[in-house]
Design a binder for this molecule. Structure first.
Ligand SMILES: [Zn+2]
Length: 153
């Protein structure tokens, strides 16, 4: 048998398992803020920049950020992309039911950009610079899904 006749197998192994990990004290505080429908960030004592979601070290000057600040519920859509593929449980990719928008949202001039879904506007009509506001689930539980999406303000 020559090399050209060899058959190669390409196994597909779906990663379909659940696991838990500790998100750390900063994201814990971020999600506790969600219980009150607040968007929190951590402010740097050196350069005054605000990380959203909060994190311990400033990405600009590397100082420890201990001060938590509340961000406005409205901001500016700085940039966005239109998605056409979704990831299902287990990591499988499939075509989305309809195109959707993922935006980078600036809630404050000093704040980092928050990545989130933007709904309530046709993807073909989305423009960078438009004002958007946070939309929360009716029943918040202090987890990632409480802040459901942003929509035009
Ligand atoms: Zn800093």
């Amino acid at each position: 048998m020559s090399v050209q006749e060899e058959t190669f197998l390409t196994p597909v192994v779906p990663l379909d398992f659940t696991y838990n990990y500790y998100i750390g004290q900063y994201l814990t505080r971020y999600f506790k803020g969600f219980k009150e429908k607040k968007i929190l960030g951590s402010r740097c004592p050196g350069c005054s920049k605000v990380a959203v979601p909060p994190r311990k070290y400033c990405g600009v000057c590397n100082k420890v950020m201990e001060e938590m600040v509340e961000l406005p519920q409205e901001g500016t859509l700085e940039n966005f992309t239109v998605g056409h593929v979704t990831m299902e449980k287990g990591g499988r990719l499939s075509p989305a039911e309809k195109p959707y928008v993922l935006g980078l949202i600036k809630l404050d001039d000093k704040a980092s950009l928050l990545l989130h879904k933007v709904e309530g506007v046709d993807p073909s009509q989305v423009k960078a610079g438009m004002k958007v506001k946070a939309v929360w689930k009716d029943q918040v539980e202090g987890d990632y899904w409480d802040l459901d999406h942003f929509e035009p303000a």
